[in-house]
Design a binder for this molecule. Structure first.
Ligand code: M6R
Length: 362
């Protein structure tokens, strides 16, 4: 049931404030995080190996920043189809973590089976509790996103990020990297996010306007640094997937190492950059783009918009949030851009050509 929306994807984007609030409360017990009866112990974990495909892979790339920065835990992230055939050595002390909305993705399941007798334990983050990946894990953590119908993953992504961030916060606490007070602050920040999601969704109109212009282009570039780099990848994937516009994402710092050659007035460049510790570096990348005639669509906060100058083609202003939470919030405009781009092009938003919701064959 589309609940009055034109597409399931629109409904699934719009329900994220409610869905995230529910998904979060499923894991919170007062000022504590509750991972269920067995609990989740990171004290003996020396490294995390995370494996997934598509959007779930980008959730893992985001989580790498969280686990490394908050918990000081080394993390490797791999695409399931690469991981399974590379057969990497898995040493003791390794926790293997698989992220999959459907829990049935063939490559992710094969990667899990490869780790079965090698990793200390197998964790998964899934939306379908009864799935193969959930069943074959030592512990499966549900994301509580509810059924996701649109082929383009939206609410599952933000709910995957939610669980992964909770895990990173818990790991940081158990490993003595943050105090109980800091942990409580992170949780309070997370609790405020569903309300902030509502504000981001109010940017719908300017995003739709930008998307209409953007899908006229043959190529679109997405740039992001740090936590925003996986988000840039996710934005580009969404756009390709449902609006069939070629989009490519780069870590902002890579611009000079090749992709800048593509820039001219015909290439819109989406820059995801809250005013964080890396913002100034991104502004200089943006200036390089604008100096070559590129049209920058900047997704930022009020401070970022003020600092970016007036040359920017369009600015989408989101509320300010603590740095660690930005990936969840910035996912929304990335999804809306792709959605409105697809609507403008008249593609089949919920069932894009050549794609299946669940990729159960390689
Ligand atoms: O069910 P999974 O999370 O394992 O699926 C992984 C990818 O196939 C999936 O995220 C795909 O990239 C989406 N269609 C992206 O929107």
């Amino acid at each position: 049931d589309k609940a009055g929306y034109r597409h399931f994807m629109a409904k699934e984007i719009a329900e994220q404030p409610t869905v995230l609030a529910g998904a979060l409360s499923a894991y919170l017990d007062g000022d504590d995080i509750d991972f269920g009866e067995a609990g989740l112990d990171f004290t003996g974990t020396e490294r995390l190996t995370m494996v997934a495909c598509g959007t779930a892979y980008y959730a893992c790339l985001t989580a790498k920043y969280w686990f490394e920065r908050l918990a000081g835990l080394p993390v490797e992230v791999d695409i399931a189809s690469e991981f399974r055939y590379r057969e990497p050595p898995i040493t003791s002390g390794t926790t293997a973590l698989f992220v999959s909305q459907s829990g049935e993705t063939a490559d992710t399941l094969a990667a899990l089976r490869y780790c079965r007798d090698k990793a200390d334990r197998i964790l998964s983050v899934v939306n379908v509790d009864e799935s193969s990946i959930a069943r074959e894990s030592d512990l499966a953590l549900p994301i509580h996103a509810g059924v996701e119908v649109g082929v383009a993953s939206t609410k599952a992504f933000t709910c995957q990020l939610n669980v992964l961030l909770l895990m990173a916060i818990e790991a940081a606490f158990q490993r003595g990297r943050i105090t109980a007070k800091e942990k409580a602050q992170h949780l309070a920040d997370l609790r405020s996010l569903p309300g902030i999601f509502n504000v981001a969704l109010e940017r719908d109109e300017i995003i739709a306007d930008s998307a209409r212009d953007m899908v006229e282009a043959r190529d679109v570039l997405f740039l992001g640094r740090g936590l925003m780099y996986p988000l840039a990848l996710e934005g580009a994937l969404k756009l390709k997937e449902i609006s069939y516009v070629h989009a490519e994402a780069y870590a902002s710092g890579e611009l000079k190492h090749g992709p800048i050659a593509l820039i001219d007035a015909s290439v819109p460049v989406v820059v995801m950059a809250p005013r964080d510790s890396l913002f100034d570096k991104t502004v200089s990348n943006m200036q390089e783009v604008m100096a070559r005639g590129g049209n920058v669509l900047l997704v930022t906060d009020a401070a970022g918009a003020a600092a970016a100058g007036s040359e920017v083609w369009r600015t989408i202003i989101l509320p300010e949030v603590p740095e660690m939470l930005a990936p969840l919030l910035y996912a929304l405009p990335a999804q809306l851009l792709a959605y409105h781009g697809a609507v403008a092009k008249g593609t089949d938003v919920d069932q894009p050509r050549n794609l299946a919701k669940s990729v159960t064959v390689e």
